[in-house]
Write a protein that binds this ligand. Structure first.
Ligand SMILES: [Zn+2]
Length: 476
C-alpha cells in the first residue's frame, strides 16, 4: 500500500454490518480451538481482543510476488474474494490482484496470505527464489580459505570496489525497508474491518509508552578489542548508555575485562567459535559445533548471540542455546550473505527472540561507503522512531572500526543526539528480549496502544500515554 493506507471506505461502522461482524466473531471464537496458535502477525500486533477473525490463507499454493507502488510482497495468492475493490496489487505476470471488501458480510479479502507473507519476510524466505548478486557457497569457502593470506588493506580495497559496483537491490530497500510496517497496517485494516470496528487496543510495543527502543551491540573481533571495548564502554557510560559486547572464540578471552564490563552493567554475548561460515556451513557442522558453542556461552554467562559475519540459516537460529539472537539484518546488501528480514520489531524463531539490527553497520557506513557524518544513523533512528520500532546499532570496538578517532567521534555524535531522545527506551538487548517474550504472553502491563482506521482510511497507531513515574526500571 502507499503510506497513506487503503482507500476511503466510509461505511465501516454501519449497524447491520456490526451485527454480522458479531456473528462472525462468535463463530471464530467457537472455531478458535481449531485455528491453532496465533501467527506471527497476530503476535506482533497483539490485539487486546484476541478473537481476531482468521483471514483467508493461501495454504501450499506456489508463492509469487505482489507489487503495489514500491511495495513488494512475496506470498501465496488467495483467490475468491468478493465485494468492492479497496486496493489493487499486481501479481505474477502483471495480473491484477485486488483487496476486496464485502459490504454485506463486512469481510475483507486480501489477494495474498498475510500471515505467510510475514513469515516469508522475517525468514528471508524470498531469497531462494530471487535473483540477487551474492557469493556462492563455493566462493565463500574459497574467500575464507584465502582471507588469512590477504593483507587487510587489500581486502578492504576489494570490498570497497565491490560495494561501489554493487547496485542497490530493489528489495529489501536500503537503509530502511517498510515492508513489514505496511503489512502490519494492512493486517490491522483487514482485521478491524472484519470485526466491524474502527478502533482497537493492542499491547504496546514498548514499556511505559516509549515510542521506540534503542540497543547498542558490539562484536569484538580481536584480542586487542577487549582493551578498546573498555574505551567504548567509557564513552557510552559517560553519555548514559550501556551496551553488549559479543566475544569471539578465536582469541584468548580477557576475563578481567569481561568481569569489569559485567560489573559496570554491560552485557556479554557470544560472537561464535570461529569467524567464518562454518557454524552454518552444513547441518552436520552445526550439530558438531553446538556443544562447544553451548559451553562458551555458559562460561561467558551470555544470553545473546551474533553469528560471525551474520551468516545464518533461519530455522537453525531457533536451536541456538540463547535467549536471543541478533544476527539478522533489517536490510543489509553489504554482508557476504546479503538480505534482510524487513521488519523493525523483534520476532520469534522458535523459542529464540530475534533482535534484528536496523542501522547500517559502522564498517559499512564509515569504511565501505565513506560517510563522514553520523547523519544517516540519526535519520534512520528518527524514521524508526516514527514507526515505533527497534533502533539497533551494531558496531565494533576494534582497530579499523570505532578505535579510529574519526569513527569514535561519529559514534559519540550519534549517542549524544540519542541521549536527548526521551521517548526512546534505552535498554540492554537482554532486557528487550525479555520484554518481548513477556509482552508476547501478556505477562506485562504493556499499556494499551490504539490502532485506528481514521477518516481518510489510513491506519494509525498511537502509543499509550507515557507513565514517567510508574513502571519498569531499566538497568540503565
Ligand atoms: Zn565479527
Amino acid at each position: 500500500m502507499e503510506e497513506k493506507g487503503p482507500a476511503r471506505d466510509p461505511d465501516v461502522a454501519h449497524g447491520s454490518e456490526e451485527r454480522i461482524a458479531d456473528t462472525l466473531l462468535r463463530e471464530i471464537r467457537e472455531r478458535r480451538g481449531a485455528v491453532g496458535p496465533p501467527n506471527g502477525l497476530q503476535r506482533l500486533l497483539a490485539l487486546e481482543d484476541e478473537s481476531a477473525p482468521a483471514l483467508a490463507c493461501g495454504g501450499e499454493r506456489p508463492r509469487e510476488w505482489f507489487k503495489h507502488g514500491d511495495w513488494r510482497v512475496y506470498a501465496p495468492p488467495v483467490e475468491g474474494g468478493v465485494g468492492t475493490v479497496v486496493a489493487s496489487f499486481s501479481g505474477a505476470d502483471g495480473r491484477e490482484a485486488a483487496l476486496f471488501r464485502d459490504a454485506v458480510s463486512g469481510r475483507v479479502f486480501p489477494p495474498f496470505d498475510l500471515a505467510t507473507a510475514y513469515d516469508l519476510y522475517v525468514s528471508e524466505g524470498w531469497v531462494a527464489e530471487t535473483a540477487q548478486r551474492k557469493l556462492s557457497p563455493w566462493q565463500l569457502d574459497a574467500f575464507y580459505r584465502l582471507k588469512r593470506f590477504v593483507p587487510r588493506k587489500v581486502q578492504l580495497a576489494a570490498r570497497r570496489s565491490l560495494a561501489r559496483r554493487q547496485q542497490q537491490p530493489e528489495f529489501p530497500a536500503w537503509p530502511l525497508d517498510r515492508s513489514v510496517v505496511r503489512l502490519l497496517r494492512l493486517f490491522a485494516y483487514c482485521t478491524l474491518l472484519a470485526q466491524g470496528r474502527r478502533e482497537a487496543g493492542f499491547r504496546w510495543f514498548w514499556p511505559d509508552g516509549h515510542r521506540a527502543a534503542l540497543i547498542l551491540t558490539h562484536d569484538v573481533e580481536e584480542e586487542e578489542g577487549f582493551r578498546l571495548a573498555l574505551e567504548v564502554a567509557d564513552l557510552e557510560e559517560e553519555l548514559g548508555f550501556r551496551s553488549s559486547f559479543n566475544v569471539g572464540g578465536w582469541y584468548p578471552i580477557d576475563w578481567g575485562v569481561v568481569h569489569e564490563l559485567s560489573t559496570r552493567g554491560f552485557e556479554i554475548g557470544s560472537h561464535g567459535l570461529s569467524h567464518d561460515r562454518s557454524l552454518f556451513g552444513s547441518r552436520k557442522a552445526f550439530e558438531t559445533q553446538l556443544p562447544a558453542l553451548r559451553d562458551v556461552i555458559d562460561r561467558l554467562g551470555a544470553s545473546g548471540f551474533r553469528s560471525p559475519s551474520t551468516y545464518r540459516v533461519f530455522d537453525w537460529i531457533g536451536e541456538l542455546p540463547v535467549d536471543y539472537d541478533c544476527s539478522m539484518p533489517h536490510s543489509d546488501p553489504f554482508e557476504p550473505q546479503p538480505g534482510g528480514c524487513c521488519t523493525l520489531w523483534p520476532f520469534f524463531v522458535g523459542k529464540v527472540v530475534e533482535l534484528p539490527y536496523t542501522l547500517p553497520q559502522d564498517h559499512t557506513l564509515f569504511t565501505l561507503l565513506g560517510h563522514r557524518t553520523a547523519e544517516l544513523w540519526l535519520e534512520q533512528a528518527t524514521a524508526i522512531e516514527e514507526e515505533f520500532g527497534l533502533i539497533h546499532c551494531l558496531s565494533h570496538p576494534d582497530r579499523g572500526y570505532l578505535a579510529e578517532p574519526r569513527n569514535r567521534a561519529l559514534y559519540r555524535e550519534f549517542l549524544t543526539a540519542m541521549a536527548e531522545r526521551r521517548e526512546v527506551w534505552k535498554a540492554l538487548p537482554q532486557e528487550v528480549a525479555a520484554w518481548w517474550r513477556q509482552r508476547d504472553v501478556g505477562e506485562v502491563q504493556a499499556g494499551l496502544g490504539t490502532v485506528r482506521i481514521d477518516e481518510g482510511a489510513d491506519v494509525v497507531l498511537e502509543p499509550p500515554a507515557r507513565s514517567l513515574t510508574a513502571g519498569r526500571e531499566s538497568r540503565l
